[in-house]
Design a binder for this molecule. Structure first.
Ligand SMILES: *[C@@H]1O[C@H](CO)[C@@H](O)[C@H](O)[C@H]1NC(C)=O
Length: 344
C-alpha cells in the first residue's frame, strides 16, 4: 500500500536526549512499608483506640443536648372542627390560637434554639425549587424579572410584579409562637436566624415587598412592606429550601436559661395549612453544642469503626500467636537486592 506522504514525518530523535533522571526512570525514593504482623496489629489497635475515644466524646456531647419536641397540628384544631379542617384552616376569621405546655426535664442553658419542624412538605420538588427569581430578590432593577416565578408572578393583568415572586416565597410559613414561664413572658430573639451571606448578598437591602399575597389564594405568611427583604429573616430562612420532606427551620432563639421541672407555656397561632396534604407540624426547643444535635449517629459511627478495628487487631494477634508463619527475608525484595539499576 502506498503511504501517505504527509504522514511521513521524520521521527523525532529522542533517543539521544534521554535523560537519566530518577523521575523519568521511576526511581524516586518512596516509602515501601513491609507490613509485618506486628505493624498491622499496632496500626489497628491505634485506629481502634483513637476512633473509640472520638466516638465516646461525640456520643457524650450529643447526649447532653436537651431537646423538647411537641407535635401540635392535631391538638390545635378545635374538636368541633375536626371533620371540616379545610374549612376551619382556610377561614381567616376562625380562631387559630392554641395553647400548649411543655415540661422542661433537665435544665436548658441559653441560647435555646426554637425550630418549627414540618413533615411531608416537599420543598425539594422541582417546580417548587425553581419558582423564584434570585435577581429580583437582589435588586430593584430586576423587579420585572418574574418569568421563572409562574404561577405566582404578577397581579393586575400582568402589569404589576409580585415581590418576592414565586411559589417558595408565596408559601411562607406563618405559624407564630409566644412563650411564657409562670406567666412571665420569655422573649424569643428573631434576629440573626438567617445566614449572613444570604442577608448580605442574596436579598437586597433596597428591595421591598410589593403586591405580596394580594390576590387569589393566600399561600402563607404576609410580609411587612416597609421592611426590606434583607431584614425579613423569616423569609430568608424559608427560602433556603430544605433538601428533605422532613425538615427543621430556625424560628428564633431564647436567650435565658430554662430551669429543670419548669413548665413553659406556648401560645401558638396555628395558621399554616399542612392538613390538605397530610403534613405534620412540630415545635422544637433545643440546646446545642459542637455535636450539632441529639443525633447519635456520628458518635455511633466512630464507635463501630473503632470497635471493628480492635476486633480485627485481636483476631490477628490470636492468629499470629497460635499459628505464626516465618516471614521472608526483606533483603531479597527486588528493590533491596538491586538498589538502583539505572544509577550512573
Ligand atoms: C397562613 O397561611 C395559610 C396557608 O397555609 C393561609 O391560608 C392563611 O390565610 C395564612 N394566615 C395568615 C394569618 O397569614
Amino acid at each position: 500500500m502506498a503511504t501517505n506522504e504527509s504522514c511521513d514525518q521524520p521521527l523525532r530523535d529522542d533517543s539521544k536526549k534521554q535523560i537519566h533522571s530518577k523521575f523519568i526512570q521511576q526511581e524516586l525514593s518512596a516509602w515501601k512499608p513491609i507490613l509485618t504482623p506486628g505493624w498491622v496489629i499496632a496500626i489497628f489497635i491505634i485506629l481502634g483506640v483513637v476512633f473509640i475515644l472520638i466516638g465516646l466524646l461525640a456520643f457524650y456531647a450529643s447526649v447532653h443536648v436537651e431537646e423538647l419536641v411537641e407535635r401540635y397540628d392535631v391538638d390545635c384544631v378545635p374538636f368541633t372542627d375536626k371533620n371540616k379542617i379545610t374549612k376551619y384552616i382556610r377561614d381567616s376569621s376562625s380562631n387559630k390560637t392554641c395553647t400548649k405546655t411543655l415540661r422542661v426535664q433537665k435544665k436548658m442553658k441559653n441560647p435555646i434554639y426554637v425550630y418549627y419542624q414540618l413533615h411531608h412538605f416537599y420543598q425539594n420538588h422541582r417546580r417548587y425549587v425553581r419558582s423564584r427569581s434570585d435577581k429580583q430578590l437582589r435588586s430593584t432593577k430586576h423587579e420585572y424579572e418574574t418569568k421563572e416565578c409562574l404561577p405566582i408572578a404578577t397581579v393586575n393583568n400582568n402589569s404589576k410584579p409580585i415581590v418576592p415572586c414565586g411559589l417558595i416565597a408565596w408559601s411562607l410559613f406563618n405559624d407564630t409562637y409566644q412563650f411564657s414561664v409562670n406567666s412571665k413572658v420569655v422573649e424569643v430573639d428573631r434576629k440573626d436566624i438567617a445566614w449572613k451571606s444570604d442577608r448580605d448578598y442574596k436579598f437586597g437591602s433596597k428591595v421591598y415587598p410589593k403586591n405580596f399575597q394580594s390576590s387569589g389564594m393566600i399561600g402563607g405568611g404576609k410580609l411587612n412592606e416597609s421592611i426590606p427583604l434583607s431584614k425579613q429573616e423569616d423569609l430568608i430562612v424559608w427560602m433556603r429550601t430544605a433538601a428533605f420532606s422532613t425538615f427543621r427551620k430556625l424560628y428564633g432563639q431564647i436567650k435565658v436559661d430554662l430551669d429543670a421541672n419548669s413548665n413553659i407555656t406556648v401560645v401558638i397561632q396555628n395558621n399554616f395549612n399542612i392538613y390538605e396534604f397530610g403534613g405534620k407540624k412540630q415545635l422544637v426547643l433545643s440546646t446545642s453544642n459542637w455535636s450539632v444535635g441529639t443525633n447519635k449517629f456520628l458518635g455511633c459511627a466512630y464507635l463501630y469503626v473503632g470497635g471493628f478495628s480492635l476486633v480485627v487487631a485481636i483476631s490477628f494477634t490470636i492468629t499470629y500467636v497460635l499459628k505464626p508463619r516465618p516471614l521472608g527475608d526483606p533483603a531479597y525484595l527486588s528493590w533491596n537486592k538491586y538498589p538502583s539499576i539505572y544509577e550512573n
